[in-house]
Design a protein around this ligand. Structure first.
Ligand SMILES: Nc1ncnc2c1ncn2[C@@H]1O[C@H](COP(=O)(O)OP(=O)(O)O)[C@@H](O)[C@H]1O
Ligand SMILES: [Mg+2]
Length: 250
C-alpha cells in the first residue's frame, strides 16, 4: 500500500542560509496515527509546511498518497491545523468553513451542509455568525480543526493542537482524533505532551536538529531504549543525539 506521506531527502535552507532540515526521509503509513516528537526548533513545522506547500523545499521529494505534494489532487488529500492560529478576522465562523471549502472546489451547497455538520460536532453552532476574534482560545482551536476537516482529507496534520489547551478540551480533541483515525483517516500529530503521544500514536518518529533520530512503533521504541514509557525513550534518544551533535561539531 502506498504510504500516506513519503518524504525523501527533504532539505530546507531558509533565506539567510540556516539549514533547518537536512536530508530527511520519512514514511507515514496509510491509516496510521503517527507522532512526530522533538524539541522546539527541531524542524517539525518546517517539514509540515513543506508537505502543505507553505514552505518551498530546497531539495528532496515529498509525496502524498503517491502524488507529488504540490499537485492539485495531493493538496485535496491533506488537511492542516496549523500551530499558529490563523483565522480571517473579517469572516464569521461559518464563513471561515465555507470559504475554506471553496478553495478545494467544493460546491457551495455541500460546503454549507458540511460546515453545519462540523459546527455541530465541534460545538460551534451557536457561534456560527460570530467572528473569530470574539471566540475563546478553545473555540478557536476547535474551529481550526473543523476547518482542516471541511474537505474530508485522508491525511490530517495536527501541529501542536493541544498546546496551551485546557484539560477538558484536550480530552475532547483526543476523542475526535481517535474517531477520525478509527474511520480511516491518517493522522500526523506533533506534540510536546509525551503522554499524549503515548495514548494516541501507534508509530512515532523522533526529530532533532532537522534529522530523524529514531522511528518505530511505540512498543518498538520502548523495547529498543529499554524504557517504560515514551518519555523515557524521548529523554534517552535526545541525550544520545546531543552526543552526536557534539561529535559532528568537532
Ligand atoms: N521563516 C524562517 N526563516 C528562518 N528560519 C526559520 C524560519 N522558520 C523556521 N526557522 C528556523 O528553523 C528551525 C526549525 O523551526 P521549526 O520548523 O518551526 O521547528 P519546530 O516546529 O520543530 O519547533 C528553527 O531553528 C527556526 O528558528
Ligand atoms: Mg513547530
Amino acid at each position: 500500500m502506498r504510504p500516506a506521506l513519503s518524504v525523501r531527502g527533504f532539505t530546507k535552507t531558509y533565506d539567510g542560509g540556516f539549514t533547518a532540515v537536512d536530508g530527511l526521509d520519512l514514511d507515514v503509513p496509510d491509516g496510521s496515527f503517527f507522532g512526530l516528537l522533538g524539541p522546539n526548533g527541531a524542524g517539525k513545522t518546517t517539514l509540515i509546511g513543506a508537505v502543505c506547500n507553505l514552505v518551498r523545499p530546497t531539495a528532496g521529494e515529498i509525496e502524498v498518497f503517491g502524488h507529488p505534494h504540490d499537485a492539485r489532487n495531493a493538496r485535496r488529500l491533506v488537511g492542516l491545523a496549523e500551530q499558529d492560529i490563523n483565522l480571517d478576522r473579517f469572516l464569521t465562523v461559518s464563513e471561515v468553513l465555507i470559504y475554506h471549502a471553496g478553495f478545494f472546489g467544493m460546491a457551495r451547497r455541500r460546503a454549507k451542509g458540511r460546515a453545519e455538520e462540523l459546527m455541530d460536532v465541534f460545538d460551534l453552532t451557536s457561534k456560527a455568525k460570530v467572528r473569530p476574534t470574539a471566540l475563546s482560545g478553545g473555540m478557536r482551536r476547535r474551529l481550526l480543526l473543523a476547518r482542516a476537516l471541511m474537505h474530508e482529507p485522508r491525511l490530517l496534520i495536527l501541529d501542536e493542537p493541544t498546546a496551551g489547551v485546557d484539560v477538558e478540551l484536550r480530552s475532547e480533541l483526543w476523542e475526535y482524533t481517535r474517531k477520525l483515525h478509527a474511520a480511516g483517516t491518517t493522522i500526523l500529530l506533533t506534540t510536546h505532551y509525551l503522554e499524549e503521544a503515548e495514548a494516541l500514536c501507534e508509530e512515532i518518529a523522533l526529530i532533532r536538529g532537522g534529522r530523524i533520530i529514531a522511528r518505530d512503533s511505540a512498543d518498538g521504541l520502548r523495547a529498543r531504549y529499554g524504557a517504560d514509557d515514551i518519555a523515557g525513550v524521548y529523554l534517552q534518544a535526545m541525550s544520545d543525539a546531543a552526543g552526536d551533535d557534539r561529535g559532528a561539531a568537532r
